[in-house]
Write a protein of this length. Structure first.
Length: 201
């Protein structure tokens, strides 16, 4: 078991294998055929959407609850370890988690047939569930835009991944922080809207 857990890749593969075994066991136990119909694919993409969202929002909250508040306390000689190694790696998973979340969310909405009603926040059909999921989708889209077109370009400058002078780095770091805080603020009603759409209406 330790061999599997020593490498992240093998740990993730083991988790996927366990999930597949779980699916097979439950279907066999309930004597149902594993029909890969639209309903199953909609469920599969909901699962992928949740996994992606955990990767994205988990990193967003890591930055805002751990890294940003802790950096002023880190001794100067240790800060390069964060800015050169930890932050770029975290930003990779952060931005691709955002991309995977929005892509799987769109696919999920299309498979379930509510994409247009959600994008129009329920104004076409007046269904509260579509209003709620639509608000969540729009908040998520704003957050995704901030990640890819504001936070990431500014973080590249702030961390020295692209050439920038000290004044530009400082300004970029502040801009990235403010938009990251904006996303943290938006994540709270966004998550409420997503969960409410599935559980209240």
């Amino acid at each position: 078991m330790a061999k599997i857990l020593e490498k992240l890749g093998s740990t993730v593969v083991a988790g996927i294998v366990l999930a597949i075994i779980l699916v097979i066991v439950v279907y066999v136990w309930h004597m149902q055929g594993l029909a890969l119909d639209t309903g199953w694919w909609a469920f599969a993409f909901r699962w992928l959407h949740v996994l992606s969202g955990i990767m994205w929002i988990g990193h967003l909250w890591y930055f805002n609850f751990t890294q940003i508040p802790t950096m002023p306390k880190v001794p100067a000689e240790l800060k390069p370890g964060v800015s050169k190694y930890i932050a770029p790696a975290a930003l990779f998973w952060f931005r691709w988690g955002a991309m995977a979340t929005i892509v799987t969310g769109i696919i999920l909405a299309l498979l379930n047939g509510y994409f247009i009603n959600a994008v129009t926040i329920g104004l076409i059909d007046g269904v509260p569930k579509h209003t709620m999921i639509g608000i969540g989708m729009w908040l998520g889209t704003i957050m995704w835009f901030n990640v890819w077109f504001v936070i990431w370009p500014n973080q590249q400058k702030a961390l020295g991944l692209v050439p920038a002078d000290d004044a530009t780095k400082a300004k970029s770091a502040r801009t990235a922080m403010l938009f990251s805080r904006t996303n943290t603020m938006l994540s709270i009603p966004m998550l409420y809207a997503m969960v409410a759409a599935q559980n209240i209406f």
